[in-house]
Write a protein that binds this ligand. Structure first.
Ligand code: FAD
Length: 279
C-alpha cells in the first residue's frame, strides 16, 4: 500500500494499462484489490487504504486514475465503514464518462488516485439523537449507506435502521442485497443488523415483488403499513437521503411538510441530503 508522503515509491502500485504517468503530488496512490460487476451500468471495487487516511462513515472523497498528465477526479462516496482496512466504492459506468469509461476497466493490481480530504453531510454527527434512522437511496446513492449500516456507531445512536433502495431494474438492487446479508453476518455489527436493520428495495421499471418510487410509498403510507411500523414522526425519526435530484427534492418537501428540519455538520437536525451525482 502506498502512503500520501511516499506516493510513487510503491513498487506494487501498477500504472494504468498502457499508460505511464507520474503520480501527482499530494494524492494517495492505492492498489485495487477486487472488482465485481453487477450490470452493464454498475460495479463495485475495493482498494488498499492509506494508513494515515481517516474518514467518518458516510463521507465522500475525490478519486481519479493515473492515466493522464492532469487526471480527472470525481466525487465518490466511501461505501466501506470507517473501521475497514480497505476502501470500497460502488460505481456507475457512463459509456462516454470522462472518468468511468476507463474506471470500469480496472482490475486487481491497478492504481487509483485519491485526494486526501474526505467530506460530506451524510454522517451520524449531522443528525440529532433519535429512535429510527431512515436511509432513502436510489441507484449508486446507496454507497454512503453501505458504509453507515456497517458502522457500530449507527446502531448505538439509533434503535432501528430502515434502508430503502430504489432502482429501475431488479439486477441493480443486487449490491444492496449483498450488503445487507454481509452486515447481518458481520462480526462487529451482525447481531444489531440482524435484529434492527430493515431492508426495503423497490423497482420503478422492471416488475418485482415491490414496485414504486419511494416518495410515493412514503406519501401513501404503504411503506409503514407493509413494515407494520408507525408513520414518520419528526420528534424521534431521523432521515438521510442520497440519490438523483428528483428524489432529493421530493423527499425534502415531503419531510419539511412533516416538520422535519434539514441539518448539517455545523448544525445537526432531523434530516440530511446529498446528491449521488451531478446532472
Ligand atoms: C457528492 C457526490 C458523491 C458521489 N458518489 C458517487 C458514488 O459513490 N458512485 C458513483 O458511481 N458516482 C458517484 N458520484 C458521481 C461521480 O462523481 C461521477 O459523476 C461518476 O463517477 C461519473 O463520472 P464520469 O466522469 O464518468 O462522468 P460525468 O461527466 O461525471 O457524468 C456524466 C453523466 O452521467 C450521469 N451520472 C454520473 N454519475 C452517475 C451516477 N452515480 N448514477 C447515475 N448517473 C450518473 C449524469 O447524468 C452525468 O451528467 C458522486 C457525485 C457527487 C456529487
Amino acid at each position: 500500500m502506498s502512503e500520501y508522503a511516499q506516493v510513487g515509491n510503491d513498487a506494487s502500485a501498477k500504472p494504468f494499462p498502457g499508460e505511464e504517468f507520474p503520480i501527482p503530488a499530494g494524492v494517495f496512490a492505492e492498489t485495487v484489490t477486487s472488482v465485481r460487476h453487477y450490470t452493464d451500468r454498475l460495479f463495485m471495487f475495493r482498494m488498499t487504504r492509506p494508513r494515515s487516511f481517516r474518514f467518518r462513515s458516510g463521507e465522500f472523497v475525490m478519486i481519479g486514475l493515473p492515466n493522464a498528465k492532469r487526471p480527472i477526479y470525481r466525487a465518490y462516496s466511501i461505501a466501506s465503514p470507517s473501521w475497514d482496512d480497505e476502501i470500497e466504492f460502488f460505481s456507475i459506468k457512463v459509456p462516454d464518462g470522462p472518468l468511468t469509461r476507463d474506471l470500469q476497466k480496472i482490475t486487481p493490481g491497478d492504481t487509483i488516485l485519491m485526494r486526501p480530504k474526505p467530506t460530506g453531510t451524510l454522517v451520524n454527527d449531522a443528525l440529532l439523537a433519535g429512535k429510527r434512522l431512515f436511509l432513502y437511496s436510489s441507484g449508486t446513492g446507496i454507497a454512503p449507506f453501505a458504509s453507515l449500516i456497517r458502522d457500530p456507531e449507527t446502531y448505538e445512536k439509533f434503535e432501528t435502521v430502515i434502508l430503502t433502495h430504489t432502482c429501475r431494474e431488479v439486477a441493480e438492487l443486487a449490491y444492496g442485497f449483498e450488503l445487507v446479508a454481509a452486515a447481518r453476518e458481520d462480526p462487529l455489527v451482525g447481531e444489531e443488523a440482524e435484529a434492527r436493520l430493515i431492508h426495503y428495495p423497490t423497482t420503478t421499471r422492471e416488475t418485482s415483488d415491490r414496485m414504486g418510487r419511494i416518495t410515493d410509498l412514503v406519501q401513501s403510507g404503504e411503506l409503514f403499513r407493509e413494515l407494520g411500523i408507525p408513520g414518520l414522526d419528526a420528534k424521534s425519526d431521523r432521515c438521510m437521503i442520497c440519490g438523483a435530484m428528483a428524489l432529493l427534492k421530493d423527499m425534502k418537501s415531503l419531510l419539511e411538510a412533516d416538520s422535519f428540519t434539514e441539518g448539517s455538520n455545523s448544525s445537526p437536525a432531523d434530516f440530511v441530503i446529498e446528491r449521488a451525482f451531478v446532472g
